[in-house]
Design a protein around this ligand. Sequence first.
Ligand code: FPP
Length: 245
Amino acid sequence: MSFDEFSADEMPKHVAIIMDGNGRWAKQQGKNRLEGHESGAIAVRRTVEAAAKLGIKHLTLYAFSTENWKRPKVEVSTLMTLLVRNLRRELERMTKNNIRLSAIGSLSKLPNKVRHELQEVIEKTQSNTGTNLTLALSYGAREEIKQAVIDISKKVKNSIINVESIDETIINEHLYTQNLPDVDLLIRTSGEVRISNFLLWQIAYAELYFTDVMWPEFDEHELNRAIKSYLKRERRFGKTSEQLT
Ligand code: FPP
């Protein structure tokens, strides 16, 4: 199966990935967890460039969840340092590959250094027109939905929005992902079969793909396999097969 036989319309527009298994991969290799995250960062680069090559318009990566703050201090600080280092290092390649960076999550909770580096790369890649890479950082879907409810409620209270006019579009506009389309394909690595508080609203009709491959081993071949699986599926959005033809 080659991608040439598919039109751009059939390809997933928004791919989201739960990058899991850094720690277990490291253990299997007789390394420590932190080395697993280092290798995970290299897999991020490979995957972003493979997605750009395929013309995927939106790629969202779960890099740090609201729950990840509960990990040992040294692991949290290693992840933050890795982020800063990679953002700095990747700017040139992102520009060369026409990649635009965005971030979603409770970004105010991130250390200043991460926030500043993030802001700089976001600004410097803002006019790139290729793949939009969104990093979910200090992200939790329940927190995102809670925040949207609070913001909408305040607007109702101040008569900016009528209760009767609240619809899915208004809710979308109040989520961190307001500028992104719904997720078409959600990938999770490492054999775990759960969603872990990631994009709960946005994956309502996503195709789910779970692989046993650990994140540090994920690459272009694995991304292509996931997309080929997606392309074989019939997305009915609640309709019957007959209605689709
Ligand atoms: C899950 O593996 C991975 C994370 C919690 C963090 C993801 C971070 C990276 C891929 C590296 C840096 C990211 C960027 C964007 C440069 P885990 O530690 O939960 O693995 P385990 O379940 O095997 O313990």
